[in-house]
Write a protein that binds this ligand. Structure first.
Ligand code: NI
Length: 175
């Protein structure tokens, strides 16, 4: 791998994963545009379906949701990689569903996590335009997972029971 294009993903225990991220006042700021490029590069180099800025060591409110079938998530639906700046969401239905999640910051582990099935996401896009987007199912799950990273939370914090945590090698035997 070209070292100039490789990004170290912050691993569980790193303080940056436990901090509240700072909102982005100006999307057009050169440092922010560079940060977004770095996030896109880091995500493409991984088998992940989403990434939050704190995962590359920058505590700013930017996530990428990029659901696509990968080796890590063979059944993920395909959507265009979407950069979301200062995201927030409303819960559209109290219904939650448990499904498997993993995280590039917590390698080797999968767990069942309850998430809202239907949400309305709000964010600023890469051009600085405000967007409102209904999301459901796996894509809504990825959004909620990445959003949690901006609040200093990881998916293991949302697991209901320790028995819902398994090793990735066992997960791949099941899926
Ligand atoms: Ni994660």
């Amino acid at each position: 791998m070209n070292t100039s294009n490789s990004y170290e993903i912050a691993q569980l225990g790193a303080q940056v994963l436990r901090q509240m991220a700072i909102s982005v006042p100006d999307v057009h700021d050169a440092d922010i545009q560079q940060l977004i490029k770095d996030m896109q590069t880091a995500l493409s180099a991984s088998e992940g379906v989403g990434l939050a800025a704190p995962q590359i060591g920058v505590s700013k409110c930017i996530i990428i949701v990029a659901s696509k079938p990968t080796r890590r998530y063979p059944c993920a639906p395909l959507m265009e990689a979407t950069v979301m700046i200062n995201p927030s969401f409303e819960i559209l239905s109290a219904t939650t569903e448990k499904d498997w999640e993993g995280c590039l910051s917590i390698p080797g582990i999968r767990a069942l996590v309850p998430r809202y099935t239907h949400i309305m996401a709000h964010y600023t896009d890469i051009q600085g335009i405000g967007v409102t987007l209904p999301m459901e199912g796996f894509v809504a799950r990825v959004f909620q997972h990445e959003f949690d990273h901006l609040e200093g939370k990881v998916y293991l914090d949302k697991v209901e029971n320790n028995t819902d945590i398994i090793s990735e090698s066992e997960y791949f035997k099941l899926h």
